[in-house]
Ligand binder design. Structure first.
Ligand code: PEP
Ligand code: MG
Length: 886
């Protein structure tokens, strides 16, 4: 069978379907589907993504069979429309648009009104009876084609247009006449010739192929590459090209164009949400040059601009019907584009709408209630990482706020930061650890890297569907858009609010993306409530997942937060964090500085009741859920003072000389502390430290069991084991202390002694280690460090380069390197089970909160993942996704 490259759609017939997104891209597949279900879609055809792949494989050449298929499909469009492409009397005009498998809003190129030249424009005048419209369409085409296809600097033609308006003494494009537009077309073409040295192509066929080439070419433009990287879209997917008969929303006041969501994409509320513009072409809505009008009055009761429901009631009712059809058909919230040409409604696009996390949850839960989807689908509809947005704080209602302006609440959340005015600055400042707010007149796809780096985005222009709003919502970033109350001046790097307040670069402001307010200074925030729909969804999540989720927590407070987020235990309590407390550090230092065992024991005796108190607090918060406590891990010198003043203070309190302390610091200095005297090596050389810690754990547990009737099984974890011998020795010591304390309290208490697997040698000899260890917890931070031979603390300097240049697919400290480090984890699980079939297996490195790594942990059969408290809901959802997709 010969390969097919072109897929036609029109008049109720389509060669594609919505499940052919890989081949036709999202837009093409859905245009085909909408056509088949009888919705009014202008006819056209889609050139498949396979052509894009071949185009790049063959040095930007098309497959030989493509041209004939395009001609045949174009002929069918001509027949349906009763117009001919390039015909002087009755010409067909087309749009040429990109459409990849995953939506990449605004990242690639589009050409509209294609097929116009000095001859065919006469045909358009005849068709429309409107010379002004025809020449306006013609100049828009020349302007867009020059930019997108010919690579002409956009500002040059924009400037000529501004000049023309000045010369005519008008402000709006709509005030220019047919003669003005006609003249501009000539000026534009002459300027293009002068600037680029090439003629603007008049032949519609040449225009068509130029535009097709530009759209395929835009797959590899810088902003598309950046967007793909941020959204993990593989470069080899390619884009499709959609060629479609033009319909015009700018032929007069019975014409319009708009975008809508079948439910509110910010809140998820079930009402029809959208914006439209009368007498405008599609790009006018998105560009944010004119303020769009709402399609109805549901949320805009007192608005001044007339709604579509009021000015075009018939088309609005038809659109409402289509909304219902689309939701029933796709069983998901849709993001649609439509155009009304002379009172007739056309659908130009539908796709699953991007939404904020709160909206995603509300829509998923309500669609289950409405019987549209089942619980499993609802759970799979919410992306685990998206929950991160929900776990962000909102403004403290009691805090004082100085509101200086109000814009549109484009993407929820509340953030503070220093004002910057360019995307590059945002990126540069964020790299130095500063929190910034990117303030722009409006954003464009070129700003994507700055939007990513900023805490939040504020724009002076643009509606709820402007670039800034759509992209920010997709990123889960707080955004206030279309804030007409401010005047942005890039030259002086300031913006001025209506009330005269001037905000300079570097000044602190706060944005509330849920109300649209802009405030001066940093306003305090509070955590969000995790009840209602969130609770319902997470209930389903817990029903589906099979892997447990614990939290890494070192304090009673964090343990409470973790439990509130649904943690089912503590997977890692790092005891060293308790040592840094102001009251304790002196005793810790005393212990380190004592050369004699006696002195160390004296100091440890001071620390012990404090440690015990912490453990009681944590056990109490966890109410009998498992708690894994790790014995001391970092090298001792980390606890010693570095500054001269601190050294002097310490010398005074301890009654020793400054020299003695400095000498000790020097003595403890290590060239490579990460591979030095740390972890279980401390326990081997200073057994009294681990003995004290084990005693504190066991006394805490025994006391709660004896006095408060708790059921506790403490899990004592020994870090950085390389050989089973280390564990043998340390386990013996620990068990002896445990038995002694249990006997002393006279209670019945079980306990487990296990180890972290965080060195390759431990993973490789896991069968031997499992003879001693009652559980393994994979410390994938250190295991990544030691497997790659890559310092956790220094990699930040060069790792981004590795990721940018594709040497590593992503930062292995963020997402587990499944083919390398993951292989060791898998092997250790298998090996461990050979000698202890019921060994408890978990992970407590940062990867425990990364959805892709959680999926991997499920696949290899870990009992639990453990992550920071704020990521617990993300891990729960990821674990449910893993269970549902395996
Ligand atoms: C690890 O190495 O993965 C781990 C959890 O321990 P830490 O981060 O404390 O070294
Ligand atoms: Mg570690």
């Amino acid at each position: 069978m010969t390969q097919k490259y072109v897929y036609f759609f029109g008049d109720g017939q389509a060669e594609g379907r919505s499940d052919m997104k890989n081949l036709l891209g999202g837009k093409g597949a859905n245009l085909a589907e909408m056509t088949s279900i009888g919705l009014p879609v202008p006819p056209g055809f889609t050139i498949s993504t396979e052509v894009c792949t071949e185009f790049y494989k063959n040095d930007r050449n098309y497959p030989p069979a493509l041209a004939a298929e395009v001609v045949a499909a174009l002929r069918r469009v001509e027949e349906l429309m009763g117009r001919k492409f390039g015909d002087p009397a009755n010409p067909l005009l087309v749009s040429v648009r990109s459409g990849a498998r995953a939506s990449m809003p605004g990242m690639m190129d589009t050409v509209l009104n294609l097929g116009l030249n000095d001859t065919t424009v006469q045909g358009i005048i005849a068709q429309s009876g409107d010379e002004r419209f025809a020449y306006d369409a013609y100049r828009r085409f020349v302007q867009m084609y020059a930019d997108v296809v010919m690579g002409m600097e956009k500002e040059i033609l924009d400037h000529l247009l501004e000049q023309k308006k000045e010369q005519r003494g008008v402000h709006l494009d709509t005030d220019l006449t047919a003669a003005d537009w006609k003249e501009l077309v000539g000026v534009f073409k002459a300027t293009i010739k002068k600037e680029l040295g090439t003629e603007f192509p008049d032949d519609p066929q040449a225009q068509l192929w130029g535009a097709i080439g530009a759209v395929f070419g835009s797959w590899m433009n810088q902003r598309a590459i950046t967007y793909r990287k941020l959204n993990n879209i593989p470069a080899d997917w390619g884009t499709a090209v959609n060629v479609q008969s033009m319909v015009f929303g700018n032929m007069g006041n019975d014409c319009a164009t708009g975008v809508a969501f079948t439910r509110d994409p910010s809140t998820g509320e079930n009402y029809f949400f959208g914006e439209f513009l009368v007498n405008a072409q599609g790009e006018d809505v998105v560009a944010g040059i004119r303020t769009p009008q709402p399609i109805n009055r549901v949320k805009d009761k007192d608005g001044k601009l007339p709604s579509m429901e009021e000015v075009m009631p018939d088309c609005y009712q038809q659109l409402v019907q289509i909304r219902g059809i689309l939701e029933k058909h796709y069983k998901d919230m849709q993001d649609i584009e439509f155009t009304i040409e002379k009172g007739i409604l056309y659908m130009l696009q539908t796709r699953n709408g991007k939404r904020t996390a709160p909206a995603a949850i509300k829509i998923a839960v309500e669609m289950v209630r409405e019987g549209l989807i089942d619980e499993k689908t609802a759970v799979l509809r919410v992306a685990p990482n998206q929950l991160d947005q929900l776990l962000h704080p909102c403004l403290d209602p009691k805090a004082e706020k100085l509101v200086i302006a109000k814009g549109l609440p484009a993407s929820p959340g509340a953030v503070s930061g220093e004002v910057v005015f360019t995307a590059d600055e945002a990126e540069a400042e964020a790299k130095t650890g500063r929190k910034v707010i990117l303030v722009r007149i409006e954003t464009s796809p070129e700003d994507i890297h700055g939007m990513h780096a900023a805490q939040g985005i504020l724009t002076a222009r643009g509606g709820m569907t402007s670039h800034a709003a759509v992209v920010a919502r997709g990123m889960g970033k707080c955004c206030v858009a279309g804030c007409g109350d401010i005047k942005v001046d890039y030259v002086t790097e300031t913006f001025t609010a209506k009330n005269g307040v001037v905000v300079k670069r570097g000044d602190l402001i706060t944005l509330n993306g849920s109300s649209g307010e802009v405030m001066l200074g940093a306003v305090p925030t509070i955590p969000v409530q995790l009840t209602g729909d969130f609770g319902t969804l997470m209930g389903w999540v817990d029903g589906f997942r099979t892997m447990k989720v614990r939290a890494n927590s070192d304090t009673p407070h964090d343990s409470k937060v973790a439990r509130d987020f649904g943690a089912e235990g503590i997977g890692l309590c790092r005891t060293e964090h308790m040592f840094f407390d102001a009251e304790r550090i002196a005793a810790v230092r005393e212990m380190i500085l004592s050369d004699e065992l006696e002195g160390r024991e004296r100091a440890l005796a001071k620390i012990m009741p404090m440690q015990k108190g912490d453990f009681i607090g944590i056990f109490r918060e966890m109410k009998g859920l498992p708690v894994t406590i790790r014995l001391l891990d970092p090298p001792l010198h980390e606890f010693l003072p570095q500054e001269d003043r601190d050294i002097e203070d310490l010398a005074k309190t301890m009654g020793v000389s400054v020299g003695a302390i400095k000498h000790k610091i020097e003595f403890l200095h290590e060239f490579n502390p990460m591979l030095g005297h740390r972890g279980c090596r401390l326990g081997i050389t200073f057994p009294e430290i681990y003995d004290m810690q084990v005693r504190a754990i066991m006394e805490a547990a025994c006391e709660l069991v004896r006095d408060e009737g708790f059921t506790i099984v403490p899990e004592i974890m020994i870090p950085l084991i390389a050989t089973v011998k280390e564990l043998q020795v340390l386990k013996q010591n620990a068990a002896a202390v445990c038995e002694e304390v249990i006997a002393q309290y006279g209670v019945k208490l079980e306990y487990l002694i296990g180890t972290m697997i965080e060195l390759p040698r431990a993973a490789l000899t896991a069968d031997e280690i499992a003879v001693e260890a009652e559980f393994f917890s994979f410390g994938t931070n250190d295991l990544t460090q030691t497997t790659f031979g890559l310092s956790r603390d220094d990699a930040g300097k060069f790792l981004p380069f590795y990721v940018d240049s594709g040497i590593l697919p992503e930062d292995p400290f963020v997402s587990l390197d499944q083919s390398g480090v993951g292989k060791l984890v898998k092997l250790a699980c298998q090996q461990g089970r050979t000698t202890r079939s019921d060994i408890k297996l978990g992970i407590c490195g940062e990867h425990g909160g990364d959805p892709a790594s959680v999926m991997f942990c499920h696949e290899i059969g870990l009992d639990y993942v453990s992550c920071s408290p704020f990521r617990v809901p993300i891990a729960r959802l990821a674990a449910a996704h893993a269970a549902l997709s395996s």
